[in-house]
Design a protein around this ligand. Structure first.
Ligand SMILES: C[S@@+](CC[C@H](N)C(=O)[O-])C[C@H]1O[C@@H](n2cnc3c(N)ncnc32)[C@H](O)[C@@H]1O
Length: 258
């Protein structure tokens, strides 16, 4: 058996129970060194650990695949969630195994960022540049997402498309420098490592950085709470809770107790 598991963004508090169970019962645990190190405290002594780096990943994954074909329970760990910026590694695992492999979702850095900076997924696009190959289609998508008035969560590409280069690219394509922008490093802090406007984002960041470019035109609420509140109070005889000594929120239906 072999499965690919997302272990969350670097804090065991964000590892799922399903993920923990898979790690604790694995015969073979494999992954990039930094990701394996995150879950090392959970690996049992009898488990064979296979760590890899970018250069030897093909060879190491062949080794994991042959252990899997011999019947070992193999777990390949991925940072965050596999389904955001993890598919190239998944492709390599499946190539080594010669078949499709089960994926187990984890909590993505994008989810932690959304919660820290309070953006809603419905109004946000996710774009990763942390991938091999041509990034031009993703650059185009980034431009379109901003032009469509969406927030964008961006994973930079450590070797050539870090926040500074992303900003230069966007400004050169006519994007307004006023977009509120944040860069979060390691997501372990409660504050962004940097925040300001897109046009002022010239700093250098580590490769454990994730960027949020907010829309200039945040969507207004599509709920008319004031209207529904007055409809409710009309239906309930316009009870004024403060005067009636009620304990409910003003305008909320009151429970009659006698
Ligand atoms: C190959 S991508 C994997 C993303 C991962 N699959 C996810 O869902 O979060 C690795 C990049 O994700 C971002 N990242 C992952 N965890 C992070 C964290 N805890 N803090 C900041 N950035 C993080 C960094 O940009 C890092 O270089």
């Amino acid at each position: 058996m072999i499965c690919c598991l997302g272990v969350g963004p670097g804090d065991l508090g964000y590892l799922t129970l399903r993920g923990r169970e898979l790690i604790e019962t694995a015969d073979v645990l494999a992954g990039f060194r930094t990701v394996v190190d995150l879950v090392r405290p959970l690996i049992r002594d009898e488990c064979q650990v296979v760590t890899m780096g970018y250069k030897d990943q093909t060879e190491m994954l062949e080794k994991v695949a042959s252990l899997h074909h011999e019947g070992a329970k193999c777990v390949v760990v991925f940072m965050g969630d596999i389904h955001f910026s993890g598919f190239q590694l998944l492709e390599r695992v499946e190539h080594a195994c010669g078949h499709r492999v089960e994926t187990v979702a984890g909590i993505s850095a994008a989810q932690i960022l959304a919660s820290r900076s309070r953006v809603c997924f419905d109004e946000t696009s996710f774009i990763t540049f942390h991938r091999r190959g041509d990034i031009a289609p993703f650059q185009k998508h980034l431009l379109h997402a901003l032009q469509d008035g969406r927030n964008v969560i961006v994973i930079p590409r450590p070797w050539d498309f870090m926040p500074k280069a992303i900003v230069d690219f966007l400004l050169s394509r006519g994007v307004a420098p006023a977009h509120p922008t944040e860069v979060w490093e390691r997501l372990s802090q409660n504050e962004a490592a940097w925040s300001g406007t897109l046009g002022d984002c010239h700093a250098d960041f580590t490769d454990m950085s994730i960027m949020l470019i907010r829309t200039l035109h945040p969507m207004k609420s599509q709920l008319n709470l004031a209207e529904s509140r007055s409809r409710l109070s009309a239906a309930h005889g316009n009870i004024d809770c403060s005067k009636a000594g009620g304990t409910g929120t003003p305008g909320s239906p009151r429970t009659e107790t006698n």
